[in-house]
Design a binder for this molecule. Structure first.
Ligand code: FE2
Ligand code: FE2
Length: 211
């Protein structure tokens, strides 16, 4: 791991800014960011040559522009968040030498251009990992509520995942995840055993095959 640490006043300012922006997404914005940040730290201990300061700031800021997609789904929130992060970090006097590295990781986390740095790979993988396992199941059903989907319909989306709806897309992410780092892939496998078992049980209960 490489590093140095951010000036505490700058980091406090980043935390406040992230809180403000994530509140625009509602209840589930900030907790996701915190989970991704913890996963990033976990991955950073298992992958060589990571600049911790870059990963920390990229994790915190990676979804600050996500709210714009609520009104315009043509926009890519990775690009929007990277642009917002750049403006904000410059405004608090953040080290210019690391600015590009932070913004690159944020820009590419939405499956656009391939990540060029280990920090960008880690952020991508942490973000995908937060869609897996028990958290993934919980998130999938929260999304199902948002689009008035029944439990039965959610099972249908699990059986035939597609990009057509939030829920189908989440099922696709769980069933066909892509990771750049081995520790992320291994953790996803462990977490997803539960998801497959859960949906199997759910299907059985809905068809009364468990009786
Ligand atoms: Fe994102
Ligand atoms: Fe995210």
């Amino acid at each position: 791991m490489r590093g140095g640490s951010v000036d505490p006043a700058q980091r406090d300012a980043v935390e406040r800014y992230v809180k403000e922006q994530m509140a625009k997404l509602g209840l589930h914005g900030l907790p996701h960011v915190k989970r991704v940040q913890r996963l990033c730290m976990w991955l950073s201990k298992r992958v060589k040559g990571v600049d911790l300061m870059v990963v920390d700031l990229a994790a915190l800021l990676h979804d600050v522009g996500k709210y714009v997609e609520k009104d315009n789904d043509e926009l890519d929130h990775g690009k929007v968040s990277a642009d917002m992060a750049e403006v904000f970090l410059k405004s608090v006097g953040f080290d210019e030498a690391r600015l590009d590295a932070v913004c690159h990781a944020i820009r590419v986390h939405t499956h656009g251009e391939p990540p060029r740095s280990v920090e960008a790979k880690i952020l991508h993988d942490a973000d995908v990992l937060d869609k897996m396992g028990a958290i993934g199941i919980a998130t999938l059903f929260i999304k199902a509520c948002l689009i008035d989907t029944t439990i039965e319909d959610a099972v249908g989306f699990w059986r035939s995942p597609s990009r057509d709806t939030f829920v189908g897309l989440h099922a696709l992410w769980v069933q066909k995840p892509h990771f750049y780092t081995r520790p992320a892939g291994n953790l996803a496998k462990r977490r997803n055993d539960l998801v497959y078992a859960f949906f199997k049980q759910l299907e059985q209960e809905l068809e009364l095959k468990d009786t």
